[in-house]
Design a protein around this ligand. Sequence first.
Ligand code: HEM
Length: 155
Amino acid sequence: MRKTYTWLAWTIAGCVFVQAASIAFGFGGMAGYVQGGGVVDKALVESGTASNFTGELGFPTHEIVGGMVVPLVALVLLAISFFVKVPGARKWAAILFGLVFLQIMAGYSIRDVPYVGALHGANALAVLLTAVHAARLVRRGDRATNESPTARVTV
Ligand code: HEM
């Protein structure tokens, strides 16, 4: 359980990298396409194809990882945190879940309220830091136990 908790938290941290990379890939490709005379309209966005410009795959990648993988992993992490006997494991899994929830709500609101994009981008860093903190909890807990005076073997 402790190992699973750690790996799930690292997975979320890794997903933040995928998210940043995929959206930059998508928008970078789109900007180049427009600069080259291409037109991005509603029909193209809703075409569901990924063959109009390089980087187009970044958008569905961002939506699948952000809208499905990350929330699912965060939920499983929260569920298993109840069985992990490490101080703070439940608290940090709950904080991470809350931040992921906010991140997804913000993600789906960007098109209606572009200002929310600022929150979405900044909150991604909070998700990353919290995930890394949660991932390191187990190791830190073990170290604290080993270093506690009661755990020391006296000769
Ligand atoms: C934990 C990390 C992240 C999660 C869970 C996440 C999730 C999402 C979701 C679910 C959407 C809506 C997808 C759609 O409407 O197609 C979205 C959109 C968006 N995200 Fe993220 N995201 C994350 C990180 C980031 C980062 C690091 C950036 C860039 C700095 C970013 C920029 C955007 C932008 C620009 C959109 C709007 C895309 C569009 O409307 O096509 N996201 N995100």
